[in-house]
Design a protein around this ligand. Structure first.
Ligand SMILES: NC(=O)c1ccc[n+]([C@@H]2O[C@H](COP(=O)([O-])OP(=O)(O)OC[C@H]3O[C@@H](n4cnc5c(N)ncnc54)[C@H](OP(=O)(O)O)[C@@H]3O)[C@@H](O)[C@H]2O)c1
Length: 278
């Protein structure tokens, strides 16, 4: 999963709907979890699977979640599953390829909650397992359309409503880094999301500030937590877009997990540098 967090299109302050003021605190495993309380999160393709899991988790942490998928029945059932857990949810039909339904997704979210804080572009398709040279044009079109193009179009639709601090998250895949046999073109579309994350971040999320010790601490707390138990051998860069020509990027954090099998202790090597690259 690749997130392009922070920044966004600047907008005015929005009134917080009364539903949040009166909201009772949610609990996960007995702990108070309200990290994203008061945020409004749209998750596409979210009536089952990873999208539903993301919506449920964000909802349990206090966000109002907007779930969607192609079928009304699936939307209704998934919305009800979330509501019984005390999650504030709006369920909408949205086939990500349908321009009117994408527009409705954004407009109905803003009409109900007054803002958008998080968009998770989760929809994807993998209609064939052919090698690249055998992949039919219709399959290429569908892969591009669902996995890449609709994420761009949804982002364009949402952009006027994004504000400082909004997050845009594209759900990619390990196949993005090394497209495997049988998932070759799917992997290539997921690789495209890496570029999309970088470029949309460049256009929308220049923070123009230094990193803080709290930024480093938050990343370390995540890596040290059970939430990061499936994150192994990765480097997490905590920094504004690294542009060595700019004077803005001043603080990076590398985090390396050296997980030893049969050893319950994982080590995290945190390093940072400050100062403007010469
Ligand atoms: N599963 C994995 O192992 C894995 C690994 C790496 C990355 N990913 C990525 O994770 C994301 C979710 O995968 P998943 O395995 O959780 O999917 P999934 O279980 O197949 O879930 C599909 C969901 O998407 C909805 N959906 C399907 N096509 C849609 C469309 N065109 N527009 C809107 N909604 C649509 C479905 O509901 P309706 O039928 O009602 O539309 C359903 O809610 C994808 O981006 C995938 O590439 C998955």
């Amino acid at each position: 999963m690749l997130g392009a967090g922070g920044g966004g299109v600047l907008g005015g302050r929005v009134a917080i709907p009364s539903i949040y003021r009166e909201r009772k605190r949610n609990q996960i495993n007995g702990e108070d979890r309200e990290k994203i309380r008061r945020k409004v999160a749209i998750v596409t393709a979210s009536t089952q699977g990873i999208g539903f899991g993301i919506a449920e988790r964000l909802g349990l942490e206090g966000a109002a979640v907007v779930i969607s998928s192609r079928r009304q029945k699936n939307v209704d059932e998934a919305a009800e599953k979330l509501r019984v857990k005390g999650i504030e949810v709006l369920g909408l039909v949205c086939h990500v390829s349908n321009a009117q339904q994408r527009k409705d997704l954004i407009e109905k979210t803003v009409a109900k909650y007054g803002k958008i804080d998080v968009i998770v572009c989760n929809a994807a398709a993998n209609p064939a397992v052919d090698g690249i040279l055998e992949t039919k044009e219709s399959v290429l079109d569908k892969l591009w359309e669902i996995n890449v193009k609709t994420s761009v179009l949804l982002l364009q639709e949402a952009a006027p409503h994004l504000q400082k601090g909004s997050s845009v998250i594209f759900v990619s895949s390990i196949a993005a880094y090394q497209p495997p046999q049988g998932l070759a073109m799917y992997g290539v579309t997921k690789t495209a999301l890496l570029g999309l994350t970088k470029k949309s971040l460049e256009e929308k999320t220049l923070l123009n500030r230094l990193g803080t010790t709290q930024d480093m601490a938050a990343a370390t707390a995540y890596l040290a937590s059970d939430d990061a138990s499936y994150v192994t051998g990765e480097t997490l860069v905590v920094a504004e877009e690294c542009n060595l020509d700019s004077n803005f990027v001043l603080w990076c954090c590398g985090a390396t997990v050296n997980e030893v099998r049969h050893d319950p202790i994982s080590t995290y090597d945190i390093s940072h540098f400050g100062g403007c690259p010469e």
